[in-house]
Design a protein around this ligand. Sequence first.
Ligand code: SAH
Length: 251
Amino acid sequence: MKASIYVVGFGPGGRADMTQQAVTALEQADLVIGYTTYVNLLRKLFPDLTYYAAPMRKEEERCRIAVQKALSGKIVALVSGGDSGIYGMAGILLEIVEETGADLEVIAVPGVTAASAASAVLGAPLMHDFAVISLSDCMTPLDLIFRRVSCAAEGDFVICLYNPRSKSRPHYLAQAAARIGQFRKPETPVGIVKNAGREGETAWITTLEKLPEEPVDMFCIVIVGNSQTYVKNGKMITPRGYCLSGMETQV
Ligand code: SAH
């Protein structure tokens, strides 16, 4: 039988936000491989599993070890936070399996991505078309990132910014906000969620104009509303377009 390897998105971090499929894949694995921070998180929830942790930027190494172990007969779960197919490990794993010609079936287990987790905390900001953009230029040229930001802003997409600000790139968020501001009002609502769905969750709503001053870091996701997004009773809402009649219902 062909050996298989699981690439598992375990959601934002809390046990309650993991899919049953992710829990099953983790519990049956002989070896769980992931980025150190994620492995530490999972260790608390599943202390009896066997882990291999590798630091950031060692994605290729993590994948190659995972492939080797899977070929040697181990059941391997390669993990990503959120969804493994969204800025996660699914892509590089498939590339390496293809490049090495390894006779492995890759089984992807989807997870709740940061945008979904944050949207639920903020209200309903993603009720209309949205774009997901990472501000990390580790592997994507900065001018391409900003072009996408401008195009999404011009297209009136709600914009979810992943990897919004790190110590090595403190100014990209302000630069992205300025580009969005060419197409959107300064008072456009912006939702920020830090550590969505896990310990230390905090969320607040600000405006596009104030976004550059906000204490945003790599544990945050930023959701910029479209031209219709508004805030009511502390909730950020992007209308889907229903014509509400205001009628009273009798049950
Ligand atoms: N695969 C992940 C994304 C990895 S990129 C997913 O699907 O969610 C890493 C970025 O995702 C972080 O810098 C942050 O912007 C965002 N992120 C991931 N988990 C988050 C969480 N729990 N709360 C807020 N943002 C999160």
